[in-house]
Design a binder for this molecule. Structure first.
Ligand SMILES: [Zn+2]
Length: 272
C-alpha cells in the first residue's frame, strides 16, 4: 500500500463519538487490512504539534457493538499509518463504590472475560507468545496520570479492568464476584484491544471514565444504557482536552519495553 506522506501519524486515539472535532488540519483515509476495514475511515490530523490518527471505535454511527468491533483491523490500520503509541479512552462501570460516575482511572491490570473475539494476529505459521503480564505501556500510563493530575482531575492510579463479552451488562452475581476478586472496573472494549496493540509492538494506554456503578454494588435498578451515555456526555468536554494534553506529552522517542516486545521472535507475518 502506498500512501501520501501526509497520510501518516505517530499517535493513535481509539475513542468514541465525542472526539471527531478535536483534530486540526484533518484528512480522512480509507484503509484496507488483511482483517477487513477498520471501524470507519481514519481521521488524520494534528494535535499539540503531533500527528494523530483517530479511529471511532464503534464506527461513526455506532454500528459496531463491543463484541463486533473490528479490533484487529483497527490496530493494524493504525500501525500501517506509522502509529506506535495508542491512547484509548473508554467508558467503564465501577466495581468500587468510592469510584463513582465521573471518576477517571488508569488501570494497570486487565482480566479477560470475553469469549468470542479474535484476539491474536498470530493464528498460523508459528506460535508467537507475547509478554502480557503488564498489559499497558508504563510510560504512557505515567504521562496519562501526571497530565490528569495537572488538569485537576486526579485519576485513580492502577486497578484491574475486567472486560466482559457484552453486549449485555453484568448480572448482580457476576458483578459481586468481580468486585470480590478485588477487580475495580468493568468494560466491554479493553480486550482484545490491548493485547492486539502489544502483538504489534505498539504502546497502549487506557483512559477509563466511570459512567456507572456496576449492578452488584448498586442499589436499585442496576446500570442502564441511558445512564452510561448521559454521564459520558457530561464528561466529554473535560475528557477531550485531557486527551489532547496527554497526546502532546507522549514521548517522541520510545524507551519503554513495548517497542521491543517482538525482538528475537520469528513472526509468521510481516508487520505493516
Ligand atoms: Zn510503551
Amino acid at each position: 500500500m502506498s500512501l501520501p506522506t501526509s497520510a501518516s501519524a505517530e499517535i493513535g486515539v481509539i475513542g468514541g463519538s465525542g472526539f471527531y472535532s478535536f483534530l486540526d488540519n484533518v484528512t480522512e483515509v480509507e484503509i484496507e487490512t488483511p482483517y477487513g476495514p477498520p471501524s470507519d475511515p481514519i481521521t488524520l490530523g494534528e494535535l499539540g504539534g503531533r500527528r494523530v490518527a483517530f479511529v471511532p471505535r464503534h464506527g461513526r454511527d455506532h454500528r459496531f457493538p463491543p463484541h463486533r468491533i473490528p479490533y484487529r483491523a483497527n490496530l493494524w490500520a493504525l500501525r500501517s499509518l506509522g502509529v506506535r503509541q495508542v491512547l484509548a479512552p473508554s467508558a467503564v462501570g465501577s466495581l468500587t463504590p468510592e469510584y463513582g460516575p465521573g471518576t477517571l482511572a488508569v488501570p494497570d491490570q486487565l482480566v479477560d472475560r470475553t469469549s468470542a473475539r479474535p484476539q491474536t494476529f498470530y493464528d498460523e505459521g508459528a506460535a508467537v507468545h507475547v509478554s502480557f503480564s503488564d498489559p499497558y505501556c508504563p510510560d504512557g500510563r505515567g504521562i496519562a496520570l501526571s497530565t490528569a493530575r495537572a488538569a485537576e482531575w486526579p485519576p485513580v492510579d492502577g486497578g484491574t479492568l475486567v472486560v466482559i463479552e457484552g453486549p449485555r451488562f453484568s448480572t448482580r452475581a457476576e458483578s459481586q464476584w468481580f468486585a470480590g476478586q478485588g477487580w475495580t472496573l468493568v468494560g466491554m472494549t479493553g480486550h482484545p484491544e490491548a493485547v492486539l496493540a502489544r502483538e504489534l509492538a505498539l504502546c497502549y494506554t487506557p483512559l477509563c471514565l466511570v459512567t456507572d456503578l456496576d449492578a452488584g454494588i448498586e442499589e436499585g435498578e442496576g446500570v442502564t444504557m441511558d445512564e452510561v451515555f448521559r454521564v459520558f456526555a457530561e464528561n466529554i468536554d473535560r475528557l477531550r482536552p485531557l486527551v489532547a494534553d496527554i497526546v502532546a506529552a507522549l514521548p517522541r522517542e520510545r524507551t519503554c519495553p513495548c517497542a521491543n516486545v517482538l525482538d528475537g521472535m520469528k513472526l509468521p507475518i510481516t508487520l505493516p
